[in-house]
Design a protein around this ligand. Structure first.
Ligand SMILES: *[C@@H]1O[C@H](CO)[C@@H](O)[C@H](O)[C@H]1NC(C)=O
Ligand SMILES: *[C@@H]1O[C@H](CO)[C@@H](O)[C@H](O)[C@H]1NC(C)=O
Ligand SMILES: *[C@@H]1O[C@H](CO)[C@@H](O)[C@H](O)[C@H]1NC(C)=O
Ligand SMILES: *[C@@H]1O[C@H](CO)[C@@H](O)[C@H](O)[C@H]1NC(C)=O
Length: 271
């Protein structure tokens, strides 16, 4: 039979383990609660040549009240010497900026305190294509997110009634796109498409869907290259109902690599 002493001894041991476990648990909770996150809603944006593009990056802090003076944001591009953009002490710090991004990159300064670290890149060039990293350091948050920017040339078509059919005209596409028309049951329809290419490799697309069509039915015109797809829904009468772009399904969802810890450590030291 166990003596009172032994019972007390073992009870103490159990108690110590339980307390240690609880402390570890509390520390883990406190630690994770103090860690904010850096994330993007659009990891695979497709920029349109000579237009502006926003590389989305936001950070969430658990503490809430953040002054932008405590926020440190660095945008990097893989393989690039220097930086794309840096923000620190409430101001742009562009002494290390690569000249390729001079006067073309900026943040939404008024929105930084609210967790917006997105980069606005003006007049996109083909050479902007590549992998970008948004690094954020702020009270209770530090991390980075990867964004793969692809650059293409695309435009929504103007659709008009032509004889008894429809005619779609899109002024600029790159890499001769596929054009398909479907009826509202998703059945593919016969159509004929011409591509008028300019010396710069940009093509004008003109596609005809012959009639007769049903006035009240919705027809959808898809214009698609390897990166992006334009979707236009129009009635048999040529009234546009909806028009939007989606990034092509042919674009593979790459698994995000684990945190690059080395730059982060350097970055924390610098901060
Ligand atoms: C940041 O603000 C800009 C301008 O208002 C907006 O276009 C962008 O979507 C915002 N991004 C995030 C992540 O909130
Ligand atoms: C579509 O074109 C194919 C071949 O060009 C032809 O065989 C078929 O009958 C056409 N379909 C319609 C609905 O016109
Ligand atoms: C092809 O493009 C040129 C230059 O943009 C234009 O003048 C011409 O009318 C176009 N041709 C067709 C068939 O659309
Ligand atoms: C166009 O369609 C063909 C046949 O379905 C396909 O092989 C090709 O990759 C497509 N091209 C583009 C740019 O999507």
């Amino acid at each position: 039979m166990a003596s009172i002493g032994q019972i007390i001894f073992w009870s103490m041991i159990v108690l110590i383990f339980v307390c240690a476990g609880l402390i570890i648990l509390l520390l883990a909770i406190a630690f994770s609660a103090s860690q904010g996150t850096v994330e993007t809603s659009a990891p695979f944006p497709v920029g349109n040549l000579r237009e502006d593009v926003v590389l989305e990056c936001k950070f969430l802090t658990k503490s809430g009240t953040d002054r932008s003076s405590d926020v440190f944001i660095t945008w990097e591009k893989e393989g690039l010497t220097g930086l794309v953009y840096q923000y620190r002490n409430n101001a742009a710090q562009l002494q290390d900026q690569n000249t390729q991004f001079k006067d073309r990159a900026q943040l939404f300064t008024d929105a930084i305190a609210g967790g917006n670290a997105s980069l606005l890149l003006r007049s996109v060039k083909m050479t902007d294509d590549g992998v970008y990293y948004c690094n954020v350091g702020a009270p209770g948050v530090w991390g980075r997110v990867r964004i793969d920017l692809r650059v293409s040339v695309y435009s929504a078509p103007t659709i008009t009634k032509s004889n008894s059919g429809l005619r779609a005209e899109a002024p600029r596409w790159q890499a001769t796109p596929n054009v398909t028309w479907v009826d509202q049951n998703g059945k593919q329809l016969n159509s004929s498409t011409q591509f008028n290419s300019s010396s710069t490799g940009i093509v004008q697309v003109v596609s005809n869907l012959p009639g007769p069509l049903t006035a009240a039915e919705i027809y959808t015109c898809f214009i698609e290259n390897f990166l992006i797809k334009s979707v236009s829904e129009v009635t048999g009468e040529g009234d546009l109902k909806n028009s939007y772009f989606v990034t092509s399904s042919s674009q593979k969802m790459l698994p995000l690599p684990l945190f690059g810890t080395t730059p982060l450590l350097l970055y924390m030291l610098a901060w």
